[in-house]
Design a protein around this ligand. Structure first.
Ligand SMILES: [Ca+2]
Ligand SMILES: [Ca+2]
Length: 414
């Protein structure tokens, strides 16, 4: 074939090929615009972003704009931008779903400020105590960079601290540690024995001071555990102070809680004294009947029937019985009242009163109805413990109507 003819044929094939390629490209782009793509890549296989940044938008995953593309599921539900890792996602584009991968990476080292410290040779020091204002998108581990400071050696030391995030990015800081030797305990001055009337109050710290050779903030403290300011007795108390280095000083003394006078006695004082009596006469496991019997026996056996004090307040009556151990029927009744009440036994006062006689006693109810409880000393030797109304009425009839109370003033008595 002549050369001129072969050249003409090659030119025709080239034009045909160009025409064909041009048609295909146009068709593909046309399909892409319509959302129908068969061969051209639409979605990035993976996208890498820094942890802590915003969640990438859909267009960040596409090779080119695709108006109808959408995530198959909201990535905000599965992706944690604060946690490095690989998060599989899927994007629907055209006629199919494309898998993609969001890689969240942390390449940023943590940040923080070194913080100098002062420690005593008796203390410990953790690397965390030498750094503040730590920031990073992930958790940060704090460790010594090199040897830890030797707190056995007084003086100034430099310490390195490493901040490492969960991806291994690290920052090293340097802080200064002043190590102080203080082996001198605080000095407590002014301690003396204390005294207070029961029911009063104590200014424990008045006149007592503490100083320390190094610690300007050393505090004076008082261990007064066990002191009952309402109950007469001698109580051990301890003043103590501990300086910042842990040196401790203790100074013991005694607090004397003195018996108050009748006029000074408060309800709290009488209750406390009653509690002390009950602690001595009651045992665990006693029934209420047994408790009432023990109270009766104590009142009957401890109080002498002497005098006729004025009938003022029940507190004064109980005081006379508990502290002075003497009195009349009113003292027996008021002493029984406080002991029964503190023991949790329901009780009430009862009296007989006429122009010639006056008598006080108690009623108790331990679950069997009201019974008489009369711990008074009767010249006949009669004991009025847990008596029925009939029993008391019988005694009353033969002893000058001793218990002839006004029936309407009281609940039914068994
Ligand atoms: Ca980081
Ligand atoms: Ca000291």
């Amino acid at each position: 074939m002549p050369a001129k003819r072969r050249k003409a044929q090659r030119s025709v094939r080239r034009r045909a090929a160009h025409t064909l390629l041009g048609c295909c490209a146009a068709a593909c782009l046309s399909f892409a615009a319509a959302g129908v793509v068969f061969n051209l890549p639409m979605v990035l296989p993976a996208l890498t972003v820094e942890a802590g940044s915003a969640l990438p938008a859909l267009p960040d995953f596409l090779y080119w704009h695709f108006r109808t593309a959408a995530f198959t599921a909201d990535p905000a539900l599965t992706v944690d931008m604060a946690t490095p890792g690989e998060y599989p996602l899927a994007i629907h584009a055209g006629l199919r779903d494309y898998d993609t991968l969001l890689r969240v990476v942390d390449t940023t080292p943590p940040q923080g400020d070194a913080k100098n410290a002062r420690r005593y040779t008796t203390q410990t020091l953790a690397p965390e105590e030498l750094v503040e204002n730590i920031t990073d998108v992930t958790a940060v581990a704090v460790a010594w960079a090199g040897p830890a400071p030797d707190l056995r050696v007084p003086g100034h030391q430099r310490a390195g601290i490493t901040l490492t995030d969960t991806s291994g990015n690290a920052t090293v800081l340097t802080a200064e540690v002043e190590v102080v030797l203080d082996d001198v305990p605080p000095v407590i001055s002014g301690v003396q024995e204390l005294a207070v009337k029961a029911g009063g109050s104590v200014q424990y710290r008045q006149g007592v001071t503490v100083t320390d050779n190094d610690d300007p903030d050393v505090k004076l403290q008082v261990d007064n555990t066990g002191v009952n300011l309402n109950l007469e007795g001698d109580y051990s108390i301890v003043y103590f102070a501990e300086d910042a280095a842990g040196n401790r000083t203790e100074v013991p003394t005694v607090l004397h809680v003195l018996r108050p006078t009748l006029e000074e006695a408060t309800e709290e004082v009488v209750n406390a004294e009653a509690d002390a009596v009950l602690a001595a006469i009651l045992r665990d496991g006693m029934s209420q009947y047994e408790q009432a019997q023990a109270i009766f026996d104590w009142v009957y056996g401890s109080i002498a029937n002497i005098g006729e004090p004025p009938k003022t307040t029940w507190v004064e009556g109980a005081y006379r019985g508990l502290f002075d151990h003497k009195g009349d029927c009113w003292v027996y009744a008021m002493t029984s009242k406080v002991l029964l009440t503190r023991a949790g036994i329901p009780n009430m006062d009862i009296k007989m009163e006429n122009p010639r006689r006056l008598h006080y006693w108690n009623l108790i109810d331990i679950g069997e109805g009201w019974h008489h409880f009369d711990a008074n000393h009767w010249y006949t030797g009669w004991k009025g413990f847990y008596k029925t109304d009939a029993e008391v009425a019988g005694y009353s009839r033969t002893h000058g109507n001793s218990h002839d109370y006004i029936r309407e003033d009281y609940p039914p008595i068994v």
